[in-house]
Design a protein around this ligand. Structure first.
Ligand SMILES: [Zn+2]
Length: 194
């Protein structure tokens, strides 16, 4: 994969040049010494089932018009972010430096460790919870996971539903974990942690 300048995507202080950069104000410091060793996958579409609009970007940048859709009223005032968003066609956006703590997992725990936001990277896949995802998204996700594994001591990739069971259901049964693990280039040693 080469960028416009002919060079491979690389990292700049937690920002990946393989992604379009749109800064979210919704982030904070990670705990001192936190090892960033987990990836949490999510799904999102706004309103649910609608793809391709700018509503997700607006949500993550606190610019969503809450009155524009009845569903938005149900999340009015929400301040959230993920580090990355992978669109249906595989286009990848980054909102928060991976060195910073994004606000994606909420109350959560992984293998007994609470507060996943402290030590994880959040990746949103544009999609409907329980629905399927596009091959281009698996390809883009694997490229992103490879890049992340080069920069952070990643141990596992898991789903929001697995770190917040009973409270969250995304990305849901339509996400094909076997396809992800079998995808060419999937980083060896990155365990599905659910
Ligand atoms: Zn989620």
């Amino acid at each position: 994969m080469t960028g416009a300048g002919g060079s491979s995507p690389r990292w700049q202080r937690g920002w990946w040049t393989g992604a379009q950069r749109i800064r979210s104000p919704n982030h904070g410091p990670r705990p001192v010494g936190a090892a960033i060793d987990l990836v949490v996958l999510h799904s999102i579409s706004l309103p649910p089932g609608a793809f391709g609009g700018d509503e997700i970007v607006r949500l993550f940048t606190n610019q969503l018009d809450w009155s524009a859709h009845p569903y938005f009223e149900t999340i009015r005032g929400l301040q959230v972010s993920a580090h990355f968003l992978v669109r249906r066609g595989g286009h990848t956006l980054q909102f928060v430096s991976t060195d910073r703590r994004a606000w994606h997992a909420g109350t959560s725990a992984w293998q007994g460790r609470p507060n996943c936001n402290d030590y994880s990277i959040g990746i949103e896949l544009e999609g409907l919870e329980g629905g399927t995802f596009e091959p281009a998204q698996y390809g883009a996700l694997v490229a992103l996971l490879r890049a992340l594994a080069r920069r952070h001591p990643l141990q596992a990739v898991t789903g929001h539903e697995h770190v917040a069971p009973g409270r969250k259901q995304d990305p849901g049964p339509g996400f094909d974990w076997q396809a992800l693990l079998a995808w060419p280039g999937y980083p060896v040693g990155l365990l599905p942690g659910h």
